[in-house]
Design a protein around this ligand. Structure first.
Ligand code: COA
Ligand code: NAP
Length: 272
């Protein structure tokens, strides 16, 4: 059975929604009738995303904001609320990543990833609560296998994404009484994304290695993640909250560990 989601007239806000997986999520909601707002740092990414989202015919808003800036996050959400009303679906997916062993990370290099991934997710959720449709809103954070699986060259990301998971679980408890569900999606290797450019061996051989490490035999697509996001945001998931849901082709998370090791061999991470 094929499932067709209908988010007609719903307000969906995707932070970090201008490229890659998060843009894929924004597109899927736009295609299903939602009014979509995307936000990220770079004006050119925001402009391109808005143009891509307009093709689905619905209302679209693009805002530039850095998730590390609590006030800027608040302004972006206020603008979207002013335009589209209460937020029905909030997605927080901004992230930064690069390969480096802990001994080769400066204090600022560790901090920058924690600031974007973890503090940024807190900023987005903390500022958005006042604008969420209560009851009924659904929050979806984008985490990663690193939150549960320790990986060499990824201490900063492992620490930050583990924090995102716990923030998800705790706010599911605290916001449950307001009728707000909070979940996270943990994508496996998603083809053609910036994350894979930074973390996987490149080229046909690299792709073949990653594909063969996934039990279902292929990398995922942004659309795979978007389908899960729409399910979690839909009434079909009305009793799902506080869940960290993998979307990784059958336990690809473990294999990401060897993918990262192979990529580090190839890319020669910066040393202190
Ligand atoms: N290895 C080690 N340290 C690195 C590094 C690398 N490859 N890349 C950046 N750093 C360090 C910098 O040297 C700096 O530390 P310093 O001040 O002690 O020199 C610190 O990290 C911050 O770097 P900067 O370039 O100033 O940060 P930024 O805010 O401009 O960019 C990043 C943030 C580094 C995360 C950047 O890669 C980014 O914008 N990423 C977004 C896209 C992305 O990563 N997508 C994949 C998602 S899975
Ligand atoms: P991406 O294309 O680089 O997406 C990151 C997005 O966040 C971009 O839109 C970027 O736009 C924005 N962003 C980055 N820093 C920001 C900041 N400080 N403030 C506001 N926005 C910021 O990466 P991706 O590979 O698609 O990854 C998307 C998400 O999926 C991330 O959370 C990542 O951890 C997760 N994930 C990815 C994979 C994978 O296979 N790719 C696997 C597991 C998990 P600007 O540059 O314009 O700010």
């Amino acid at each position: 059975m094929d499932i067709k989601f209908d988010f007609s007239g719903r307000h969906v806000f995707v932070f970090g929604g201008t490229t890659g997986i998060n843009l894929g999520i924004a597109k899927a909601f736009a295609r299903s009738g939602a009014r979509v707002c995307v936000a990220s740092r770079k004006q050119e990414n925001v402009d391109a995303a808005v143009e891509a989202l307009r093709q689905f015919g619905g209302e679209v808003l693009g805002v530039t904001a850095d998730v590390r800036d609590f006030d800027a996050v608040g302004r972006a959400l206020a603008l979207a609320h002013e335009r589209f009303g209460p937020i029905d679906v909030l997605v927080s997916g901004a992230a930064g990543n690069f390969l480096a062993e802990a001994n080769d990370l400066s204090s600022n290099a560790f901090k920058v990833v924690v600031d974007i991934d973890l503090n940024g997710t807190f900023h987005v959720m903390r500022q958005a609560f006042q604008y969420l449709a209560r009851p009924g809103a659904s929050v979806i954070n984008i985490t990663a296998p690193q939150s549960m699986i320790p990986m060499r060259f990824q201490s900063h990301v492992c620490a930050a994404k583990a924090g995102v998971d716990q923030l998800t679980r705790v706010l599911a408890i605290e916001w449950g009484a307001a009728g707000v569900r909070v979940n996270a999606i943990s994508p496996g290797p998603i083809a053609g994304t910036e994350g894979m450019r930074r973390l996987a061996p490149q080229g046909e051989e690299g792709d073949a290695m990653v594909n063969s490490a996934v039990p279902l035999g292929r990398m995922g697509t942004p659309e795979d993640i978007a389908q899960l996001a729409m399910f979690l945001a839909s009434s079909a998931a009305s009793y799902v909250s506080g869940a960290i849901v993998p979307c990784d082709g059958g336990g690809a998370s473990e294999s990401i560990k060897s993918m990262v090791e192979a990529a580090a061999q190839e890319m020669k991470p910066r040393t202190a």
